[in-house]
Structures are given as C-alpha cells and as structure tokens.
Design a protein around this ligand. Structure first.
Ligand code: DAH
Length: 338
C-alpha cells in the first residue's frame, strides 16, 4: 500500500506540474482527490491492514492528500498568472488613438438662469418660498390690492377655473402667503410657473417668474435699488446698469419698471432694445401699505419692497433667443447651442 501511495505521488506530481491548462488541472484534482479518486480507493482498502500498519498508512495518505492539494494550488496560480500575462500582451493599447467622444449633458437655459438667480439671492441671505399654482382670487388679486372692479385685472388675462379659483397669473400671491405666516422680518425669493391667456413670439400661456419680497423696519427704495443692482450684475455681467422707471402696480407704491442697459449696444440703441438703449426685465416697488395691513403687518412700523420678473425673458435676453416657443420645444439641435 505504501508503494501504491508512492507511485500515486510520483504520477500525480509529474502530471500536475506539466498540466497546461486549468481544465486539465481540474480533471487531475478529481482523479486523485475526488470521492472516487485514487487516494480514496487506497483508504478504502485499509481494512485489510494490520492494526499497527493502519495509522501509518492513514497518516501517509493524508499527508499525500495535502501535498497534492498544495501542488495543485501552486500550479493553478502559475497557470492563471501565465494566462493573464498572455492576455495583457495581446491587449496592447494605442494611447495615441483619439478617444470615443463623450457627450456631456448640460443645463437647459431656463434651468441655468434659475440656478444663477438662486445662487445670487441665497448669497444675499434670502430664503426660498413656494406657493400653489392653482390659487384663489383672494391671494392672486384681492389681497394684492386688486379688487374685482379694478381695471388692473385686465393687465393679466386670467385662466379662471371657477369664480373664486384660478391659475395664478403671477408669483405675487406667494408674497401674501409669506406675510400671513406672521414671521418678521421677511427676506424671500419665490420661483414658479404662472399662467396667462397670451400667445405670441414673446408670450406663452405658461411661463415662469421670480418674485422677491423683503419686509423689515426701515426698508427703503435704496434697498430695492441696490438689491436689483446686485442681481442684474450677477446675472448679466458687471458692466450692466439698472434703471428704475416710474410705473404702476396696485400692490406697490411707488412702483417702477426695471430696465437693464442693453448688452448688445451698451446703451447706444440697437435692434434688440428697439433704439432705446434699455431692456425691460420686470416690475418692482415698495409694498403698498394696504397690502401690508391686509396681511396683518403694521405699516407704520414695517416697510418693504418687492419685485417680479419673467425667467424666460431673462433667459432670452441672456442667450439672444428671439422666440419664446423655442425654449420649450426641447430640440437638441437648438439647446446644444447654449
Ligand atoms: N406681478 C407683476 C406681474 O406679473 C410683477 C411685479 C411687479 C411683481 C411689481 C412685484 C412688484 O413684486 O413689486 O406683472
């Protein structure tokens, strides 16, 4: 039996060390170490041995098992390493070849303007407020000092759902909702979709506005002017000037239209600014004392300013897009230009 083990050892080691691939190695493992393998069959015959010989042969067989196990493992590692080396040699990489082009996504012009505005206002310590797109007449008009009989209702062609419920025509109702919370001072911006019955090259029925509201003790028109200045320079560039032109909104007094010096002609006059040198971007003013009082704020003690602007309008001016509908067509050939 010892001889048998010796000859198994001899044969196994020779075969394993000359095996050239992993499959062959596996077959050898089965042949020598498997349940029906050669060593097992030697162990099965141990019953015929004398009690003295049994442990000796048993130990020998176990030792041989371990030995073959180790040699198999070594050979496996060697074969694997060789296979890897061969593969690496075949897989030569030409580092001078041009790469596959990577297509980067980028922000839609509206998203980009939105992010820019948010950054600017958060930097000035503003919070972001929100409100519903389906509003009541009260928040959209009444509480902003636009009663039912008021001619200013015609400034905004409204989608009514019922007599009392409508699609908000501007983000200004968020001012009212914020004031009604009763926490002062207030320093918020609000972004959102607004709806108007309107459709041409520069108007669509569903567009977006940004609204700002600041209320505290001692807030003046100078604060409004400087806040708009910071925003305009931040979004359109350091060289842009701001102009506030007297205007009318029922919810502000005094009210102003906000103009930016034209960035095509720098104020000289051109086609974009229709010869005026200025581009209108939105409305602003000091919050009307009636609007403060209606939302429970003492207008003797507190004052504030507000402004609202169309985000599409800003994006169009910034990028030179001349038809608002292009912004929403989502044609990549168009969007990739920005
Ligand atoms: N809500 C106005 C509009 O959509 C814009 C506006 C004007 C907002 C003056 C304001 C403001 O906050 O003070 O036409």
């Amino acid at each position: 039996m010892k001889e048998k083990l010796n000859s198994i050892e001899h044969e196994a080691l020779q075969l394993i060390n000359t095996a050239n691939d992993l499959d062959v190695l596996n077959q050898l493992r089965v042949r020598f170490l498997g349940k029906k393998g050669e060593i097992t069959s030697v162990l099965k015959g141990m019953g015929q041995l004398s009690p003295e010989e049994r442990p000796v042969v048993g130990a020998m067989a176990n030792e041989l098992k371990n030995r073959i196990e180790t040699v198999l493992e070594d050979r496996k590692v060697t074969l694997e390493r060789e296979a890897k080396l061969q593969r690496l040699q075949k897989e030569e990489i030409d580092l001078t070849l041009p790469g596959e082009p990577v297509i980067y996504g980028k922000a839609h012009p509206l998203t980009a303007v939105f992010a820019e505005l948010k950054r600017i206002f958060l930097g000035m310590g503003f919070d972001v407020a929100e409100g519903p797109e389906i509003e009541t007449d009260y928040y959209n008009f009444e509480a902003l000092n636009i009663p039912r009989w008021h001619p200013a209702r015609d400034m905004q062609d409204t989608f009514f759902i019922t007599d009392e419920v409508l699609l908000r025509t501007h983000t200004s109702p968020i001012q009212v909702r914020t004031m009604q919370k009763g926490e002062l001072p207030i320093r918020i911006i609000a972004f959102g979709r607004v709806y108007r019955v309107d459709m041409d090259a520069t108007h669509i029925p569903n567009f977006r506005q940004i609204e700002a509201l600041v209320i505290d003790k001692g807030i003046t028109f100078a604060n409004l002017k400087e806040t708009i200045n910071v925003m305009v320079k931040g979004i359109f560039g350091e060289n842009r000037k701001t102009r506030l032109r007297p205007s009318y909104f029922p919810f502000t007094e005094p009210s102003a239209e906000v103009d930016v010096s034209c960035f095509v002609c720098d104020g000289v006059g051109c086609r974009l600014c229709k010869g005026s040198g200025w581009l209108e971007i939105g409305g602003a003013g000091m919050v009307h004392p009636r609007v403060l009082e209606m939302s429970g704020i003492d207008s003797e003690e507190y004052s504030g300013f507000a402004f609202g602007m169309g985000i599409e309008r800003i994006a169009m001016l910034k990028t030179g897009i001349n038809d608002i509908r292009l912004i929403y067509e989502n044609d990549l050939r168009f969007l990739n230009q920005f």
